[in-house]
Ligand binder design. Sequence first.
Ligand SMILES: Cc1ncc(COP(=O)(O)O)c(C=O)c1O
Length: 498
Amino acid sequence: MINKLISVFSGSNKVSISPRPYINHSVEFKKSNTPEERMKTLEKVGLNVFFFPSEMITGCDFLSDSGTTTMTNEQWAALHLGDEAYGSNRGYFRLREQILKTFGNDFFNPPEKGKPNAFLFHQGRACENALFSIIGQMGTNLIIPSNGHFDTTQANIEANHITPINLFSLEFKNGDEKFRFKGNMDILALKKLIKEKYNSIPILYLTITNNTGGGQPVSLANIREVSEIAHHAKIPLFFDACRFAENAWFIRKYEKGYSQKSIRAIVLEMFSYIDGFTISFKKDGLVNMGGGLFIKNTGLFTKKYPHLIDAIMNFQIRTEGHPSYGGLSGRDIMTLTVGLKTVMTDEYLNYRINQVITFGEEMKNAGLPVQMPIGGHAVYLNVNKFYAGTKMRGEDFGGISLTALLLGLYGHRACELGYFAFGKYNPNTRKEIHPEVNFVRFAVPRLRYERQDLSAAIVAVKALHDKRDKIPPVKVVYGRDLPLRHFKARFQFLPKFH
Ligand SMILES: Cc1ncc(COP(=O)(O)O)c(C=O)c1O
């Protein structure tokens, strides 16, 4: 009888919308306000959405997927088991076990060995600062190539007088809409660079997934090939591993030979090719704060620069804390230990990435110029295509106007990651130097929003797109020539185009 019923209804139980794999544990009601109130507040903060009070956001907050995760009830329970001892707290040992399970046995030496190679920091950029401060002391004219450095990574490299270089894949540069691994590094460009500048490259970096390159994944074939090239040239390879689980999901879904593998097996293979990694746990650690720098004890970095590991430890003790807690409280370490387990489960990852993909596809179906294919954590709107046919030029910073109006008029906060965030002002020529990408990013916080919330955001962006020729340009009134200028600048709407 049971089998008969299942077979009779088997066609119709495959509905297009499935329930979420979780229920709400607790919720927060938003405060209401009007577009006039939001627009006035926006004006006060110089149209810089970073300074807009989050309590006034009535729609979705897409500013970042970083640290915005809704924690699970198991994480909240683990938080209460936090041990706030000054050294070697309970969570440290539990985290070690989880790191070994997740990333492999070589990234966390036993504490009793007295040779730490796992360094906890309060967030990702603090790890980057530690690593590049130490590497920066190795010499002059150094360069660090990547498939796409994130903005803080780039800033920390530059602050240490090293030159960051982005070797985006050709498919990314050509805007190929079909290729599934646009986050890859351009192999030919890498070979050429190594040939010309071998002595200037202390390490290589791969960002997984490639946030600056549109949240696109990197294939295992590319990781393997970059690793072979790097190791042949005796250059250690590092991951910026913030979204390692999301990257593994794409490998399983789209890379030949991986569809039957577990996420754990894929992650272990990915990390077997590298010599160290920095990570912000605020993404695939599923926590609100935390970062780490891990050096493989059998890797090339350890062999080539053994003295640097001690220097990293000294840096960590001086700036954050003892290696057994670094920049983290005992309770944060406990929530991270649970988060790292949850992030690798199929129920979590399938739902997470499909939610982002559905959001992007619905935005595309609404006629909006979404970067395809859709990446793991965010939907990227192509600003140049959004304004095609209008008077908006690159130096009018239409992405800033768009994010300001979306927030002011409709209550949704997105982030310009394009000509303003990644561009530079040349005071000599008084001209803007535009980067290759011009996006507005809608980063989807983990486990936070329902489909209705995301649909409401699409309707709002569509309303702006319908009247795009009425969107005004902005003038930069402060901060045009500052480093990391998008975090600090102030703007004003201009009444008309130049
Ligand atoms: C790829 C990447 N690397 C590094 C970072 C920096 O991490 P954190 O914000 O924890 O400093 C981020 C943060 O968004 C990121 O996306």
